[in-house]
Write a protein of this length. Structure first.
Length: 487
């Protein structure tokens, strides 16, 4: 998929919080052992050497980057510090990117005329695991990105923030290939194993072999196997950060034959980073990168359904314009649309939901928006006990309504919960409080029948105000929780 693999950088080992990891990823690893294949057509990347097997019809490999692209990467690595086992490190990277066609005029600036610019966010999560309990996962970083991809897999970064971290991998020859065809190509990888803020782009040379066309879950795919060695020695003038890297990567790649985009990639790795003081950190395990199973959201339909469930008279979403709702008196006898099944939830009866709407609709201050990441519920003026993450009792009807609305989302959708506070005191305290409040919202919604492992959460403290903190109304607006149904 050209440079479009998303691979998370290493990050500092933090507290041993509970995440879904070893068990889930181990099961995924076993599920995907019978690995299928991959396809893309790219005019030759530099340095390609191809040997051919003439026993089958030749095919050309290509990457058709023309539509929205969502990628999820799950990593499960054992970590060793100076040879001593520390624990399992679970990484997760999610990408939600939208395409914008690049004009021919832009192509004259070194970009192919049929290039597509992608904008969106990378959500980076990481924890070290000691058990296998499933829980919501905290987001370590939200990284905005914007880059342009050509059909040949070439990439132009508008601002290099370290993502995508794999560049020029996988690469494809200009010549047609048959099962057994082999080639080599150069690429690079951005690494920052301990999140020091000093990422390094490490060159690599990968060896590829085309295995042929297969069916994977009834989807025709090309399979490619690849391997490359991780080798790096920092210049003597480089201060701080790691000084060396050694390791190996063995990769299975599956691409859909229809458009050459990745269905599944499995990378088995073992690599060791070293520092000038002779300390080392070793990561050993596997990374799964996949796009299969992503459920697109029909925004117009979903906004209308959510607005109905929330009792909103209209939605202010940018996509689809206003979504008018019938008067409350007409909603009672009208049948509600059947909610999509949600993991761990049975939904609420129409009468019970109407009672909750009648009890909590007036002045509940929930705004429904369409945003680039998905569909967002902005829960305004959320009431907590002062300096606490405990909701005031009067918030319970509103929490019931929000949970019933979120159950309308399909089982494949993930919810991002973001906590915000007013800015009045110490920034670090506000940040910590916003994280706790976001997690408490997750806990409350999980108690109302939504599986906890569908949530990721992050706190922003008072860093993203929407009102003036110098007056009461502004502080009320800033104290909010935002819940986004991610695409």
């Amino acid at each position: 998929m050209g440079e479009f693999i998303f691979k998370s950088r290493g990050r500092k080992q933090k507290g041993l919080r509970n995440l879904p990891g070893i068990l889930i990823l181990g099961v995924l690893f076993l599920i995907f052992l019978p690995f299928p294949s991959f396809s893309q057509e790219a005019p030759g990347a530099g340095g390609l050497r191809v040997s051919k097997n003439t026993s089958a019809e030749p095919v050309r490999l290509f990457a058709d980057y023309t539509g929205p692209y969502t990628m999820i990467e799950l990593s499960d690595w054992s970590r060793y510090d100076n040879g001593k086992y520390i624990g399992h490190v679970y990484h997760e990277v999610r990408a939600s990117l939208k395409p914008e066609p690049v004009t021919k005029a832009a192509g004259s600036a070194g970009l192919p005329g049929n290039s597509f610019r992608y904008r969106g966010n990378f959500y980076v999560l990481e924890e070290t695991l000691r058990d296998m309990r499933q829980s919501a996962r905290p987001v370590d970083a939200v990284i905005p990105v914007s880059f342009t991809l050509g059909r040949d897999g070439s990439i132009v970064l508008e601002e290099d923030r370290g993502y995508p971290s794999l560049r020029g991998f996988p690469a494809f020859p200009a010549e047609a290939v048959r099962p057994g065809s082999k080639w080599t190509a150069r690429g690079s990888r951005v690494v920052d194993p301990l999140n020091t803020g000093s990422p390094v782009e490490v060159p690599l040379i990968a060896e590829y072999e085309y295995r042929g066309v297969e069916l994977y879950r009834d989807i025709p795919v090309h399979r490619i196997s690849a391997k490359y060695a991780a080798r790096y020695q920092a210049p003597s003038s480089r201060d701080g950060g790691f000084s060396g890297l050694q390791g190996t990567h063995t990769v299975d790649i599956l691409l859909k034959t229809a458009d050459g985009l990745p269905l599944l990639i499995r990378d088995v790795l073992d690599e060791t980073f070293s520092w000038p003081d002779r300390s080392t950190v070793r990561f050993k395990g596997f990374t799964l990168t996949f796009s299969e199973g992503i459920i697109p959201v029909n925004r117009t339909t979903m906004i209308a359904s959510l607005g109905n469930a929330l009792g909103l008279r209209e939605s202010t979403g940018k996509v689809g314009g206003k979504v008018p709702q019938p008067p409350a008196a007409e909603r009672n006898p009208a049948p509600r649309p059947e909610p999509l099944p949600a993991a761990g939830s049975a939904g609420s009866g129409g009468k019970a939901l109407e009672e909750k709407l009648q009890a909590g609709n007036e002045g509940k201050d929930i705004e429904l928006l369409s945003v680039p990441e998905g569909i967002r519920l902005v829960v305004k003026d959320i009431r907590f006990i002062p300096d606490s993450d405990e909701f005031l009792p009067e918030e319970r009807p509103r929490l019931d309504i929000i949970a019933d609305a979120l159950k309308l989302a399909g089982p494949g959708q993930t919810f991002l919960v973001e906590g915000h506070t007013a800015s009045l005191g110490k920034a670090s305290g506000e940040m910590e409080l916003s994280i706790r409040r976001a997690k408490r919202m997750v806990d409350e919604l999980a108690r109302r029948g939504i599986s906890e492992n569908r949530f990721i959460y992050k706190g922003w403290g008072g860093t993203k105000p929407v009102g003036d903190n110098s007056n009461e109304e502004g502080r009320r607006l800033n104290c909010r929780v935002e819940i986004t149904i991610l695409e």
